[in-house]
Design a protein around this ligand. Structure first.
Ligand code: NI
Length: 199
């Protein structure tokens, strides 16, 4: 009854319920894009497809930016994974893959599955979609777009603090290749932004 395809469907439903109302750029479609990207990369890099997909769906569960009680969220997630009969050793691998994904933790994932999910998540933070998500996040957290005298804590500053550095933090060749175009697009965007701002 619980083959891996059905388990992945159940995981998708689980995160849909948790994230579909999100307006910070971490909504269901972010998870869907990260999952699709992780699946492609897992095939290219020869990693475990099931672990990569499950971990990609679940990678934002327990993120301190999004959950007031991260530990509780992770405990519930584990209970859920047990309830759909995912094997203990696979649950361990999924948890290991997601625990170091977050940029703010500054950690290097230990497994290839963790590296792939982190790369897929970072690719979704750059390019046109990354730009859209940055301003959505800033708006949701009450940050301004830009402030020339106090640029700190604005969405534009986020490009310089994080987004422009992501390209060089990627682990896999497949991700680095995709990142090139997205990185360039952000540079073009910032040039144009300041051209218009300074008119
Ligand atoms: Ni994410």
């Amino acid at each position: 009854m619980y083959d891996q395809g059905k388990q992945l469907e159940a995981v998708e439903n689980y995160v849909y319920n948790l994230f579909h109302k999100d307006s910070t750029g971490h909504d269901y479609y972010h998870l869907l894009r990260v999952m699709k990207m992780a699946k492609i990369m897992a095939q290219q890099e020869g990693a475990d497809l099931f672990i990569c997909q499950a971990a990609a769906w679940l990678h934002d569960v327990g993120d301190i930016k999004l959950f007031s009680n991260p530990k509780l969220a992770l405990d519930r997630m584990e209970e859920f994974l047990l309830s759909i009969h995912i094997k203990d050793e696979d649950i361990k691998k999924i948890k290991l893959a997601i625990q170091d994904v977050s940029y703010s933790k500054g950690k290097q994932p230990k497994t290839i599955e963790g590296k792939i999910v982190q790369d897929a998540d970072r690719l979704d933070a750059i390019g046109a979609i990354g730009i859209a998500r940055t301003f959505a996040y800033g708006g949701a957290k009450g940050q301004g777009i830009y402030h020339p005298a106090q640029p700190k804590e604005t969405s534009i500053q986020h490009f310089y603090d994080k987004l422009l550095h992501l390209k060089s933090s990627l682990h896999t060749k497949s991700a680095r290749h995709i990142a090139e175009e997205r990185h360039q697009f952000m540079e073009v965007f910032l040039d144009q932004f300041f051209k218009e701002w300074n008119m």
